[in-house]
Design a protein around this ligand. Structure first.
Ligand SMILES: NC(=O)c1ccc[n+]([C@@H]2O[C@H](COP(=O)([O-])OP(=O)(O)OC[C@H]3O[C@@H](n4cnc5c(N)ncnc54)[C@H](OP(=O)(O)O)[C@@H]3O)[C@@H](O)[C@H]2O)c1
Length: 247
């Protein structure tokens, strides 16, 4: 019963066509994801993460094994290093990540919270397989990656997985009073497009080249709403207006 509320929104998202589920060993949600995937594993791209404190060679292998068991799957589609750890040589961690791919337990290697220098170093430490993604903070209010990381990832065809794309809900629920320039523009564009502010904020994220977004909600109605952020496009004019208001 306690878990049903969490499996249900995941199932609902998958029914609506969501095809990527992101989790991590530290979230404590891999078991729930495993349950939600019963019978429909093939329809979903499963991404999880090894904690930044488990980056020694043997620890990575052990962590992956435990994640596979909790997820009740034979392979992780994307295995990400959750955050960098300067105390452990990245070459050691990447050797373990490549071993996991060689053993058929992981399909692709990703990182998370890596700055541009850290990403460069991590890429150089791999000998056989590429880094396909970097999961980082990105939303209308938090656009730091646009300076260097995003252009680099576009150039090297590394997907940016935007976490906290609704700025922890702040972009989804606009204030009723005391609207500022940002919320006024977001609200206006939501009206123009017939979408909600959350759908506009998510669509803005994915209008960037190479960017996908992973909103989180424990409520099925919001999952339905967030799934409605795809299948249409903001106009160039609307994107420019949002860019300017949230600059
Ligand atoms: N790699 C990392 O270090 C890292 C760090 C942070 C997050 N992440 C990933 O990113 C995912 C999302 O990030 P996040 O949870 O930080 O932030 P988020 O998706 O920007 O916002 C989630 C918050 O917004 C609310 N919300 C969601 N949809 C809504 C809607 N349509 N209308 C109103 N409120 C809505 C949720 O509440 P309810 O649940 O009550 O609906 C929740 O409080 C996480 O699940 C995680 O996988 C990764």
């Amino acid at each position: 019963m306690a878990l049903s509320g969490r499996v249900e929104p995941l199932r609902r998202a998958i029914e609506l066509g969501a095809n990527l589920i992101d989790t991590a060993e530290v979230y404590g949600t891999e078991d729930v994801v495993g349950q939600a995937l019963h019978g429909i594993r093939d329809r979903v791209f499963v991404a999880t993460k090894v904690s930044g404190s488990n980056l020694r060679y043997d620890d990575v292998l052990r962590a992956a094994d435990a994640s596979l068991r909790r997820l009740q799957t034979g392979v992780i589609d994307l295995y990400q290093i959750h955050w960098p750890n300067s105390a452990i040589p990245i070459a050691e961690t990447m050797r373990a990540m490549e071993t996991l791919v060689d053993r058929g337990l992981v399909r692709r290697i990703g990182v998370s919270n890596f700055s541009l220098p850290e990403l460069r170093e991590a890429r150089a430490a791999l000998s056989k397989y590429p880094i396909v993604s970097n999961q980082v903070l990105y939303n209308l209010n938090r656009r730091e990656i646009e300076d260097d990381l995003l252009p680099y990832c576009v150039e090297h065809r590394i997907t940016i997985i935007a976490y906290t794309p609704l700025d922890d809900g702040r972009l989804a629920v606009l204030p009723r009073v005391r609207m500022n320039r940002k919320t006024l523009v977001l609200g206006r564009i939501a009206k123009e497009t017939g979408k909600t502010p959350a759908q506009v904020a998510l669509n803005w994220c994915t209008s960037r080249p190479n960017v996908i977004a992973i909103p989180k909600s424990n409520r099925s109605a919001r999952v339905v709403e967030n799934c409605g952020a795809s299948g249409w496009r903001l106009s160039e004019h609307q994107i420019q207006a949002l860019d300017a208001a949230f600059a």
